[in-house]
Design a protein around this ligand. Structure first.
Ligand code: SAM
Length: 234
């Protein structure tokens, strides 16, 4: 269970109405039950339900069961597509251990707005379900151009370019601890964007194979490639 409060032995944590509904209504837990809690900072803790009601409740923090585990420093940049597919990308990025998820506006991105709060809630749910102790931050929609202009020093960019179709690139040889993956929208990247991305010294164009994948498939494929070559289980 994800909670926002600090976690430490003997502390009590109040539950929101939504959390109480989920725990006591949906999951059928009640007073005295034990659960695992995390807040994205203090590791994983055994917590027990002290008070349970439909409107709220209180947890008591018992003892730490695992230290804080942070994912590798991977950002996932993607152009939001249809609602369900955008939700899918955020959920999978959180499951696969992205440290930060950044929706970006590209030349061919359709949406002007996203529901950042909803996407952040999806990331929390995904982190809860995969037993992580870390929740990636989902940022608000920002222009890709701007982001590239203020690009952090020493962060490498795996630029997934559908036009490369099958040309392998050895990312492992590039190395480095801080990375980002960039996936384009359904319409792909514009010629101007592709030219700009190819000219950036920190951008490494990568093919995900000879077929054109949908953006949500490409996101999962790219994160898998990254995990195998540069991630935390090499
Ligand atoms: N409209 C584009 C076209 O027909 O050429 C296809 C865009 S694709 C649906 C969406 C995004 O997924 C691309 O911008 C790219 O980032 C990624 N992608 C899809 N297939 C890929 C591949 N084989 N290699 C690298 N990236 C790929």
């Amino acid at each position: 269970l994800y909670v926002e409060h600090p976690l430490g032995e003997g502390q009590t944590v109040p539950l929101s109405r939504d959390q109480a509904h989920y725990l006591f209504g949906v999951m059928r837990r009640g007073a005295g039950d034990a659960l695992l809690g995390f807040n994205g900072r203090d590791g994983e803790w055994l917590v027990t339900v002290q008070e349970a009601s439909k409107k709220g409740g209180v947890l008591r923090v018992e003892k730490q069961t695992a230290p804080q585990r942070n994912p590798p420093d991977l950002w996932v940049l993607f152009a939001p597509i249809k609602k369900a597919r955008t939700d899918f990308i955020v959920e999978k990025a959180a499951e696969m251990g992205a440290a930060r998820i950044l929706p970006v506006q590209t030349d061919f991105t359709n949406s002007e707005r996203i529901r950042q709060d909803r996407l952040q809630a999806h990331a929390i749910e995904a982190a809860e379900q995969c037993g992580g102790t870390y929740v990636p931050e989902v940022t608000d929609l920002q222009k890709l151009d701007r982001l590239l202009q203020d690009w952090p020093e020493r962060r490498q960019l795996m630029f997934c370019d559908e036009a490369l179709a099958g040309a392998a690139q050895n990312l492992g040889a590039v190395g480095g601890p801080a990375w980002a993956i960039l996936i384009g929208p359904e319409g792909g990247f514009s010629e101007a964007e592709r030219a700009r991305l190819h000219a950036l010294p920190f951008a490494h164009p990568v093919s995900l194979g000879p077929r054109i994948l949908r953006a949500d498939t490409a996101a999962v494929a790219a994160m898998t490639v990254w995990q195998m070559t540069l991630g935390d289980w090499r």
